[in-house]
Write a protein that binds this ligand. Structure first.
Ligand code: DX5
Ligand code: ZN
Length: 230
């Protein structure tokens, strides 16, 4: 099993001081930065693009940046995110006319590629492309907003994907996104996830000035993860 990655979603961070927020959450022990890109078309919300990704790199962020594209179409913007310093680029298969081509485009740009599945999206999109995928992201909410509740059926879907990955022998991360908190992260790991996105569960905690304000929540998550032997 791959090591657990805690991936704070900066969607819930204070955008007026984003660099500092990312520094603080990484110093608190987070592993990767989850970067939600929304276009007010594929999802009904509008967020941040490659300029902000590049700004974080220029600010000095060296941790992996996990770009979650909730945009349609996807191909045009991929080289821009690669140039801006993205590590992972994941997209929703419904948002691409040619899923195989988009996966190849991401890897061709030197990034790790991933497919994202909405709660109602069939896993059949994986059937012919597993060898081109570095990350599978299961949404445990419908995409578009932070702060929603975890949809329990995601747990069965996680177990299903865990089996697909293990049977395939490929090195693929299994990420979950939406409603992940310190109090449900253990059962989510037990179902098969190894990468845990949490926005409001981490950043929603406090808007204070203490640079260590994320230490205790990340420690709680880490302890909950350690309690699951998998
Ligand atoms: C939702 C985004 C998530 C969101 C998660 O569309 O993809 O990454 O920020 O937020 P929480 O953890 O608050 O559900
Ligand atoms: Zn996300």
């Amino acid at each position: 099993m791959a090591a657990d990655f805690i991936a704070p979603s900066i969607l819930s961070a204070d955008f007026a001081k984003l660099g500092e927020e990312v520094d603080n959450v990484l110093a608190a022990g987070a592993d990767i930065v989850h970067f939600d890109v929304m276009d007010n078309h594929y999802v009904p919300n509008l967020t941040i693009g490659p300029l902000v990704c590049e700004a974080l790199r220029k600010h000095g962020v060296t941790a992996p940046i996990d770009v979650h594209l909730m945009v349609k179409p996807v191909d045009r913007i991929i080289p821009d995110f690669a140039a801006a310093g993205a590590t992972y680029i994941t997209f929703h298969p419904e948002a691409s006319e040619h899923v195989d081509r988009t996966l190849q485009l991401i890897r061709g740009e030197g990034c790790k590629a991933g497919l994202v599945f909405n709660p109602a999206t069939s896993l059949s999109y994986l059937d012919y492309v597993l060898d081109k995928v570095d990350m599978i992201l299961l949404m445990s909410v419908n995409p578009g907003f932070g702060g929603q509740s975890f949809i329990p059926s995601a747990l069965d879907k996680l177990s299903e994907v865990r089996e697909i990955i293990d049977d395939s022998g490929f090195d693929i991360r299994l990420e979950v996104d939406g409603g992940v908190k310190a109090d449900n992260i253990a059962e989510i790991k037990a179902a098969g996830a190894d990468t845990f996105v949490s926005g409001s569960g981490i950043f929603g905690k406090a808007k204070e000035t203490d640079p260590h304000r994320y230490d205790s929540i990340i420690r709680q998550m880490r302890e909950a993860l350690a309690s699951v032997d998998r």
